[in-house]
Design a protein around this ligand. Structure first.
Ligand code: SAM
Ligand code: SF4
Length: 342
């Protein structure tokens, strides 16, 4: 697609029924992962056959169609995006939209295990900020949470990313009785390295283990505990995501809170998600979806694809309603986070 054409049609963005322009796209490029975090995957996951996945070329076409219609920020996620073979090819291709000015930001969410070998190339592709998920600094605990992960590899990945000049934000899922006590240490460590840290409430996605409900730790409680140790200065930084931020007076660093269970962040939602099979979800918390793989494969032109996306956006709901149903002990949405892309 010639650059002028992208810039020209960016004037007609996808707008949902509530007047929200869709400017943020998260794309899961694989359902596979080299870890098995207990809150995200079961130990014996069945992964999708390769033919069901969008090819790298199809992913590029799909992302480019969204960019043409107003998406300014693109986050690549998974599963673990860096375990997808030749994934750098996708980043290289998409970086043309940064060069043309059609895209403001190309970024990714990763567990960090493969970062050491990819960080320099990602920086070359124009990736300036990444999110790295890390719930503990204790190697044993890390192995327990991820079922077999090696913390050293993540640490090497973080070093490589920072050495390549990429800003890192740490994402930490707050888990009752698991890393609850360690949160201040994680904050001091991250801020000491110049990294923001965002705490995430565990969400009821996917049929995993019944114990998950017991892991739920409301961030309102964490926040109250942190207030006894730090001065939390409210700041109005929004990064286009659902996190609310404070600055810690003592460290000077930023701390984010993503609280889908206790705070409804839907009203300003500007995002949609696409899975690695090309299923477009208009809302993380609801089942309604549109198949983009069929129009992608039906024709070489993108007209049908754009039409399918436009029609789907008209069905974007006002918001979601996550509820951990304690009587039935069933998650509100049966998809794994690794399928939708976190
Ligand atoms: N593998 C990459 C990673 O771990 O960063 C990207 C995909 S992962 C699904 C994206 C984010 O979702 C991670 O920060 C992870 O901690 C979070 N996540 C996974 N399952 C979750 C759950 N049930 N509740 C809250 N966050 C979850
Ligand atoms: Fe893999 Fe990320 Fe899920 Fe952990 S949270 S199992 S690293 S996809």
């Amino acid at each position: 697609m010639p650059t002028e054409q992208i810039e020209q049609s960016a004037a007609v963005p996808f707008i949902d029924p509530f007047g929200r322009a869709i400017t943020y796209l998260r794309v899961s490029v694989t359902d596979r992962c080299d870890l098995r975090c207990v809150y995200c995957m079961s130990e014996d996951m069945h992964f999708l056959p390769k033919r069901d996945l969008l090819s790298l070329e199809e992913l590029d076409r799909m992302c480019s169609a969204f960019i043409r219609r107003g998406v300014r920020k693109l986050r690549i996620t998974g599963g673990e995006p860096l375990v997808r073979r030749d994934i750098l090819q996708l980043f290289r291709g998409l970086s043309r939209h940064l060069d043309s000015g059609a895209l403001d930001e190309l970024t990714l969410t990763t567990n960090g295990t493969q970062l050491a070998r990819h960080a320099a190339d990602l920086a070359q592709c124009g990736v300036k900020r990444i999110n790295v998920s890390l719930d503990t600094l204790d190697p044993e605990k890390f192995r327990t949470i991820t079922r077999w992960g090696d913390l050293r590899r993540v640490m090497e990945g973080l070093d490589a990313a920072q050495a390549a000049g990429i800003a890192v934000k740490i994402n930490t899922v707050a888990l009752k009785g698991v890393n609850e006590e360690e949160i201040p240490q994680l904050i001091d460590w991250a801020h000491g390295r110049g990294m923001d840290l965002t705490l995430i409430e565990v969400m009821p996605l996917g049929e995993i283990e019944p114990g998950r409900i017991d892991q739920f730790l409301p961030l309102s409680l964490v926040r109250a505990q942190l207030k006894q140790r730090y001065t939390l200065d409210e700041i109005d930084d929004r990064t286009g995501g659902p996190a609310r931020y404070v600055r810690l007076h003592e460290t000077g660093g930023r701390l984010g809170f993503i609280t889908p269970m206790t705070h409804n962040f839907c009203e300003s939602c500007n995002r949609v998600r696409v899975t690695c099979t090309g299923t477009l979800y208009m809302c993380l918390g609801q089942e309604d979806a549109a198949d983009l793989r069929t129009p992608l494969r039906a024709s070489e032109s993108d007209a049908l694809l754009e039409q399918t996306i436009a029609e789907a956006i008209t069905r974007k709901p006002r918001g979601h309603d996550f509820v951990i149903d304690r009587r039935r002990s069933r998650p509100a949405v049966g998809r794994h986070m690794s399928v939708t892309g976190g």
